[in-house]
Design a protein around this ligand. Structure first.
Ligand SMILES: C[S@@+](CC[C@H](N)C(=O)[O-])C[C@H]1O[C@@H](n2cnc3c(N)ncnc32)[C@H](O)[C@@H]1O
Length: 504
């Protein structure tokens, strides 16, 4: 299991050996931490690189425009102005991103001077191959207490401290692999075990500071923060070598903001979240405030469904392993001051399928509700980490009245493992509500050969669940979109499976 522990045991007879083991452990932890820092820097780098990458697109449009013959240029003389407007929209989005990053309290000392060269990495990989797989996720929770989304409080599952080299390598692969899937289903995967520690108390004042380009961004918290010096980890040097695929993820996050937190996303939320909320309401008619039932939402994305469940009178926990998502949801939940606090231009990154330029250039304000004033039930939290790693812990057994999976099951390498984990953590008589397609995220042919991907049909998924002991109580197909631009000429639809199963 844990080779570190094995080697320590062998060396227990001598003081020197013990000291060496201690040093070994310290080195191991150092490497882990270095890898975590590297991984988090990569995510922050992607956010920081958003503006450059988006402006590069505009330069490309302009180059094409310049190639036009004069008569065509004359015909399309409005386009240069559109490009200027796009630039302005990018700067507004950038302003939001910077505010979000400034609000972020990294769980690690990002100033550490780390460099992991290839050889050392591989060497350490070898050593770490057999380190317990459990050594992946440490949960981190952000919870709303009363009217304040108080902070991100760290809780240790008790079994793991940090991310392994191996898991990190896997996470990096997944990130790269997943952007494709992400754009199809907007699912993106990033294994993280980093745990956030609390610092935010939502106590930013309401004073608005209007500064260009945020003139149309009434993001008071952001502007307030904008006046404080940028944290060291936002240094421009961090922007180096950001793969485009990472920058694309930032664009996906922006679309996810619309799905979860804008009025424009209401239709999609009605399609996806409402049936789940109605079902919870139906299944738990007598929930009492003193002892509310508890509900887990694995793959919680930007946290809206988990928040709605909390508002319904459940002790709700969202679980999410993408730090792209966690940074953003933490900002929306902790730092927004009122409904409509922030503005972004989510649809500017595609010229395709627009009915008009004004559709493409339209702003979207968010959040549509102020999370802290939404009427949450005490105990609302977001827990960072891989679902299986975090919840396979003994402490989680039979502890949830309900598990809700929405567009989540197909993120699995091994869907059977997900189903078994859901079974394990539900109380006897507890319910599993699912809504989503089966667009397996690791199904693409370019996934490395050794990457596991178990891709079952809906029938087989149900067969596995019934084999675990679940009883199917309700079943339906629900037509829905996922992070779709409602004004686009292209509207991808899913005929998503919806079910309620009970652990009997
Ligand atoms: C398609 S998105 C759905 C998000 C949200 N449920 C919704 O309906 O908008 C899937 C989410 O699951 C997260 N995810 C994927 N694998 C995960 C895992 N093993 N543990 C926790 N979260 C995971 C992804 O980061 C992503 O945010």
């Amino acid at each position: 299991m844990d080779r570190r522990r094995d080697s320590r045991r062998q060396e227990e007879d001598g003081e020197d050996a013990a000291a060496a083991a201690t040093t070994g452990e310290r080195l191991y932890s150092k490497l882990e931490e270095a890898l975590e820092i590297k991984s988090l820097r990569r995510i922050i780098g992607a956010y920081l690189n958003y503006q450059d990458a988006a402006e590069e697109d505009i330069r490309r449009y302009e180059r094409s425009f310049r190639k036009l013959p004069p008569s065509h240029k004359a015909l399309l003389s409005h386009l240069p102005l559109k490009y200027q407007r796009l630039r302005w929209c990018i700067s507004v989005n950038t302003h939001f991103i910077m505010s979000m990053l400034q609000a972020f309290d990294p769980p690690l000392d990002m100033s550490e001077d780390i460099y992991i060269d290839e050889d050392e990495n591989l060497h350490e990989d070898e050593n770490l191959q057999n380190v317990t797989e459990n050594h992946l996720a440490e949960s981190a929770k952000c919870s709303i207490n009363g009217s304040h989304f108080s902070s991100i409080e760290s809780t240790t599952s008790g079994k793991v401290d940090n991310v392994t080299d191996k898991s990190l390598e896997r996470s990096t692969k997944e990130e790269e692999i997943h952007m494709e899937a992400s754009c199809k289903s907007s699912a993106e995967t990033f294994v993280t075990s980093e745990h956030q520690k609390g610092s935010s108390n939502g106590s930013m004042n309401n004073e608005k500071v209007v500064c260009d380009p945020a003139a149309c961004c009434s993001n008071s918290t952001a502007n307030e923060r904008g006046m404080t010096p940028k944290p060291y980890w936002m240094d421009p040097s961090i922007q180096l070598n950001v793969p485009l695929v990472d920058v694309d993820k930032v664009r996906c996050i922006i679309r996810n903001i619309v799905r979860d937190w804008a009025s424009e996303g209401q239709k999609e939320r009605d399609q996806c979240y409402k049936p789940i909320l109605d079902e919870l309401n139906f299944l738990f008619p007598d929930r009492c405030k003193e002892r509310p039932p508890c509900c887990l939402v694995p793959g919680a994305g930007l946290g809206r469904l988990a928040l709605e469940i909390s508002c319904l009178g459940f002790v709700s926990q969202g679980n999410e392993f993408s730090y792209y998502m966690m940074i953003c949801s933490s900002f929306i939940l902790n730092y927004t001051q009122k409904a409509g606090d922030c503005t972004i231009y989510p649809w500017i990154h595609s010229n395709c399928n627009s009915i008009s330029d004004s559709d493409q250039l339209r702003p979207v304000s968010f959040p549509d509700i102020h999370p802290s004033s939404a009427g949450i039930t005490e105990g609302f939290s977001m827990c960072a980490g891989d679902f299986v790693e975090v919840y396979n812990d003994e402490s989680q057994e039979a502890s949830w009245d309900a598990v809700v999976t929405c567009f989540f099951l197909d993120t699995a390498h091994n869907i059977v493992e997900y189903i078994e984990t859901i079974w394990k953590i539900l109380k006897h008589g507890g319910v599993w509500i699912n809504l989503g397609p089966l667009l397996y995220h690791f199904a693409d042919s370019y996934v490395p050969e050794d990457e596991m991907s178990i891709e079952l049909s809906l029938e087989d998924v149900k067969k596995v669940a019934l084999h675990c002991g679940f009883v199917l109580e309700k079943e339906n197909i629900i037509e829905t979109t996922y992070t779709t631009n409602p004004r686009s000429m292209m509207q991808n639809r899913y005929y998503a499976a919806f079910w309620t199963m009970r652990k009997n």
